[in-house]
Design a protein around this ligand. Structure first.
Ligand code: PLP
Length: 390
């Protein structure tokens, strides 16, 4: 009887992040300043982001070195394991080999720490003392709380109210790392107050929480804003995932012909597939690869949205970015996957979807829960078997 295997061998933490911008099939439409209708000047972003992250956001360098302090922090949980889901394969009676890269081993429990550590580090280096952010399910918020704690910064986190009520344990985790957490919309910002006056039961959305976090950052000294997905610099920090996966699967003398991931803003999926996309454009890929992004039917930005310039937040504080969007004032139903309740998607992912290079599918949360509980039961089963065999 076979069971899931853990591939811990032969992966090293990469020395560089991979930046997809120079390898896109066409130039990425620039972010637009809504006041001037001109492409944004990097200086305009300094009110919310540190200089180094703005540089990375606009960079055309393909490989960006990972500072040793960040690599040191990654060593706490990286490289992460690659598993092969033998039991799922036999349940499905498929000839396919199914592998998954498990990012849940980071201290806060998700891939989000890969960029949280980098963002906290660059802010700390530039003398910032507080970071504000939004969080949906709480995974991004807990990653940033963890990273801020590591570099001695204070995190102020706006957690979408529906998740704040559904997932109190996530709030407690953030507070254990010394973060302040507010249910959004909150009374902490002018924008939050204005929404609560109209509707005290407003369940919130990522778009609203982003507006609150930005307002908080621009109205306080030594405070900047941090985003957990969507932007180029965030996605490129996640490419440690795909670079490790490539080493691990090649060690097994294998190579993928399909890469699948869920998309909220698109960072975990991009982190996994970008390094393989690099193989394709540099003609090193050993097979044709299909890239498949999966979004919830509750927030079907790419499958049902339009590809236009829109704001990243509800109060229209952010620059206009070209993406598939459901409209910046769209409030998705309060599904369990709080991190996937976003009206837009990463501009790089949208460009690739528009070019037909990434395919997108949408699933209802009940279908996803059924698949997840099947997966969990098979995994538990094989772990039990493992114990008996030892
Ligand atoms: C575990 C996990 N996966 C995926 C996502 C979706 O975000 P992204 O599309 O940026 O990976 C989130 C967002 O909070 C998350 O916590």
């Amino acid at each position: 009887m076979v069971s899931a295997i853990r591939v811990i061998v032969e992966a090293t933490i990469p020395d560089y992040w991979y930046n997809i911008l120079p390898d896109l099939p066409k130039p990425l439409p620039p972010p637009i300043n809504p006041a001037t209708k001109e492409p944004i000047n990097p200086k305009d972003l300094e009110i919310i982001f540190p200089k180094e992250l703005i540089k990375q956001e606009m960079s055309n360098e393909r490989w960006i070195p990972i500072p040793k302090e960040i690599k040191e922090a990654y060593r706490l949980w990286r490289p992460t394991p690659l598993y092969r889901a033998y039991n799922l394969e036999s349940y499905l009676k498929t000839p396919a080999k199914i592998y998954y890269k498990y990012e849940g081993v980071s201290p806060p429990g998700s891939h989000k720490s890969n960029t949280a550590i980098a963002q906290a580090y660059y802010n700390y280096k530039e003398g910032i003392e507080n970071l504000t952010t939004e969080t949906g399910a709480g995974q991004w918020g807990s990653a940033l709380a963890f990273a801020c704690h590591m570099f001695g910064l204070k995190a102020r986190i706006y957690m979408v109210r529906s998740s704040y009520d559904q997932k109190p344990y996530r709030r407690i985790l953030m507070q254990l790392w010394n973060a302040d957490v507010y249910a959004s919309p909150s009374n902490n910002t002018k924008y939050g107050k204005s929404l609560l006056e109209k509707d005290p039961t407003n369940p919130g959305s990522l778009g609203i929480a982003i507006s609150e976090a930005i307002e908080d950052a621009i109205t306080h000294e030594k405070t900047k804003y941090s985003l957990g997905s969507v932007l180029n610099h965030v996605l490129l920090h996640q490419t440690v995932i795909g670079q490790e996966a490539k080493q691990q699967i090649e060690y097994l003398d294998d190579y993928p012909d399909m890469i699948v991931g869920c998309i909220g803003g698109g960072s975990s999926f991009s982190g996994l597939f970008w390094p393989f996309y690099y193989d394709v454009v540099s003609k090193k890929a050993k097979k044709n690869i299909e890239f498949i992004a999966v979004e919830p039917t509750a927030a079907p930005s790419i499958t049902k949205g339009v590809y236009i310039y829109d704001h990243g937040d509800t109060a229209r504080l952010t620059p206009l970015i070209k993406m598939y969007t459901l409209g910046h004032d769209f409030i998705p139903p309060p599904i369990h996957a709080g991190g996937l309740r976003y009206h837009g998607k990463a501009p790089t992912l949208c460009l690739l979807a528009n070019e037909g290079i990434v395919k997108t599918r949408a699933y209802n949360q009940l279908e996803v829960f059924n698949a997840a509980s099947l997966f969990l039961s098979l995994k538990e089963y094989c772990q039990l078997l493992n114990q008996h065999m030892q």
